[in-house]
Design a protein. Structure first.
Length: 404
């Protein structure tokens, strides 16, 4: 039986990337509570999605001919192309929203599309609106502001060179809404959003499909990956320097310094191959999108390392913990919400190569401590990160806005 609620999710991508996957899982949870969810997205993706898709999908981005014309214009006049794209995208967005029937507009990540705060500001200010901050772009002028390995300040996915103007656009949009709720995925994200916008922001942690991210016996997982049964295995998903925010240079440096005679397996963007970092034999699996395959990798490891320089929450860390594998993570962003001392893992100072190496050496020498924490991981996930728990809170937020 339907609960009578109709939610329209607005996002750049439907199912590709961490923010889109998190939104997809929330949509699944809400559909499980009989909420009618429609996903309006602005960027096509041909990559497969291996999880259930119980919602309705609507593409609201550029027609192919317009996309080709804008891409051609970018080569000679990038500024003109960007403004033309924004105007066309705004027109299309408003037209598509007028054709949809919904009780609440729920915005997610938008920075890969031409939709922005100016486009949304033209909508009815009394339209019930929820915005979930999956990273910092929704409330700040870039997805993340961080320092790379050389100590240079970097902006990831910046909204133009004028940070003050971009921040002002965000504040103007949110202050113009009369029926608004802002939600962040971690305590850190909520605090930073409140600082930027001077508005209240609630924390709702992600829910996970625990039917898919489920512990497997280590011997079974290692046999499935054709790994040796014996040995100390470290896992990670940051496997190249292509994205400096993920901290692969910190991880590789730590493996080289650690002196561990261990093995490592990695999921990520690099081509499948094997190499040695110090005394550690590393096997790169390449891109792994299937959650059942991901669960096998998490379950095969004794530890999973997340060395990010910035992280709004830490979806990979949550998935590893849900599969019963403790996490060693940077003490940055939302990772402390996930990696709890004595319950799900250990933290080290972000960007500190020797600190990570020292932590890995210590844990390899105290395997009983690692096993004790591993035994608690799944119970944490079951108590705090279910899809139903997350969806119930969002349904309550919709109702608090006065939605049907």
């Amino acid at each position: 039986m339907k609960c009578g609620m109709r939610a329209l999710f607005l996002s750049d991508l439907e199912t590709r990337g961490g923010a889109a996957i998190a939104a997809s899982r929330l949509a699944r949870g809400l559909c499980g509570l009989n909420v009618d969810v429609t996903r309006l997205f602005g960027v096509h993706s041909t990559e497969p999605f291996f999880e259930p898709k119980p919602w309705k999908s609507v593409y609201g981005g550029f027609p192919r001919a317009v996309e080709v014309a804008l891409n051609g214009m970018k080569r000679g006049a990038p500024g003109v192309a960007a403004e033309a794209g924004r105007v066309i995208a705004t027109h299309q967005l408003h037209g598509e929203l007028s054709r949809q029937s919904f009780d609440v507009l729920h915005a997610h990540a938008l920075h890969n599309s031409s939709w922005d705060h100016r486009a949304l500001r033209a909508l009815d200010p009394d339209l019930p609106t929820v915005w979930t901050f999956h990273d910092h772009w929704g409330f700040s002028p870039e997805s993340y502001l961080f320092r790379d390995g050389a100590g240079v300040e970097r902006r990831l996915k910046p909204d133009g060179p004028d940070r003050a103007s971009a921040l002002r656009e965000r504040r103007d949009y949110f202050k113009s809404r009369r029926r608004l709720r802002l939600v962040a995925n971690s305590v850190h994200t909520a605090r930073y959003a409140t600082e930027c916008l001077d508005l209240p922001v609630e924390v709702v942690h992600y829910g996970l499909p625990l039917d898919l991210f489920n512990p497997l016996p280590k011997d079974v997982a290692r046999r499935a990956l054709q790994l040796p049964q014996q040995g100390w295995f470290i896992g990670f998903s940051s496997d190249s320097n292509a994205d400096p925010v993920k901290g692969f240079d910190v991880l590789r440096g730590a493996l080289e310094l650690s002196g561990l005679r261990a093995r490592a397996i990695a999921m990520g963007s690099a081509e499948p191959r094997e190499y040695t970092a110090g005394e550690v034999s590393v096997r790169l699996l390449g891109r792994v999108d299937n959650p059942l395959f991901q669960s096998i990798v998490y379950s095969a490891c004794d530890l999973f390392v997340v060395p990010s320089r910035a992280e709004a929450l830490g979806l990979v860390a949550m998935e590893s913990v849900s599969c019963g594998t403790p996490v060693v993570a940077s003490n940055v962003g939302g990772l402390p919400d996930v990696v709890l001392a004595g319950r799900s893992g250990w933290l080290f100072e972000a960007g500190h190569t020797e600190g990570l190496a020292e932590r890995l050496r210590y844990l390899e020498s105290t395997r009983d401590e690692v096993s004790a924490v591993a035994a608690k991981c799944r119970s944490l996930a079951e108590s705090a990160w279910t899809l139903e728990r997350q969806a119930q809170r969002y349904l309550q937020i919709y109702r608090e806005l006065g939605c049907a």
